[in-house]
Design a protein around this ligand. Structure first.
Ligand code: AMP
Length: 285
């Protein structure tokens, strides 16, 4: 496994590849969620590239850019066990030698949910994803459904800008107790981790309600489903809900009373000072 720190080194190493390439982009502090993407990359393509970069452009003022866990040595040890070919871990100066003058407008989907609480976040995400895909030129780029809105926007960028890469989504990896794996879970105390279980528990309650409604022939549409999940999450007084919504899976529009089809229950909450997100897919109607 080769570690490269500059774009020039990356291009040289990449040009030595024969066969197809799969890319996994991460901010490091790797866990089983990231590793599931890397394993899939290994199965898909002859060459596997992993990027590790805490992208400052996607953090807003007052967010956790400085505090974000950085543990390159431990990450490299994990990746070397998965037969990764190339790791790209650039510095900020390497990635952004100047403040970019040109950026991607992520459009209306970037203004709701995560984008409402984190203005500019998705423009920052698309900037770095576009850059790294351009540098690596992979046939496949693999992303987790954990960041569902990010995934939707990356798919839109690839489609609208005709980027020659196939985006491969993979399911959320959870701990045995249901908590979605996240690098930010390292911020949680033992007590906070207990409280955080309410995120996945509320989603499961929502998914169960959908299944129950189907069995009994009762109509349970987006707005009622949202109320159920929001009530469950809101009942845990030790966390602060940011949003709970039910959205159409492919457009991220709010799933209204008339919508039947694949939907996502998406939510975000603060547990102490840690902001966590989670989601679950359901079939409405
Ligand atoms: P991050 O390091 O948080 O930027 O995440 C890098 C990639 O890993 C993104 O595509 C995430 O969606 C994905 N990812 C993060 N957590 C999980 C998880 N629990 N399950 C599956 N994929 C994940």
């Amino acid at each position: 496994m080769k570690l490269v720190r500059t774009k020039a080194e990356l291009l040289t190493a990449r040009n030595e590849f024969t066969g197809d390439t799969a890319l996994v982009m991460t901010m490091g502090a790797l866990h089983e969620g990231h590793l599931s993407l890397v394993r899939q990359a290994r199965k898909l393509a002859q060459n596997v590239v992993v990027s590790i970069y805490v992208n400052p452009l996607q953090f807003g003022p007052g967010e956790d850019f400085e505090a974000y866990p950085r543990q390159l040595e431990a990450d490299l040890a994990l990746l070397s066990e998965l037969a990764v070919d190339l790791v790209f871990a650039p510095s900020d100066e390497e990635m952004y030698p100047r403040t970019p003058l040109v950026s991607i407008n992520p459009g209306p989907v970037a203004k709701v949910l995560e984008g409402k609480t984190r203005p500019g976040h998705f423009a920052g995400v698309l900037q770095v994803v576009h850059k790294v895909i351009q540098l690596v030129r992979p046939e496949y780029a693999i992303f987790g459904e954990k960041d569902a809105q990010q995934l939707a926007l990356i798919k839109s960028m690839v489609s609208d800008l005709d980027m020659p890469v196939e985006i491969i989504p993979l399911p959320i990896q959870r701990d045995t107790d249901g908590l979605a794996l996240s690098s930010r879970n390292t911020y949680l105390s033992e007590k906070e981790r207990e409280i955080a279980l309410e995120l996945s528990a509320s989603l499961r309650l929502g998914a169960d309600a959908v299944a129950q409604a189907r069995l009994t022939g009762i109509k349970l549409r987006g707005p009622e489903l949202r109320e159920k999940v929001a009530a469950a999450l809101g009942a845990q007084e030790q966390l602060q809900v940011d949003y709970v919504e039910v959205v159409e899976r492919d457009t991220f529009l709010i799933a209204g009373r008339d919508y039947c089809g694949p939907a996502l229950i998406v939510l975000a909450a603060w547990v102490g000072t840690t902001r966590l997100i989670d989601n679950m897919e359901v079939e409405i109607g």
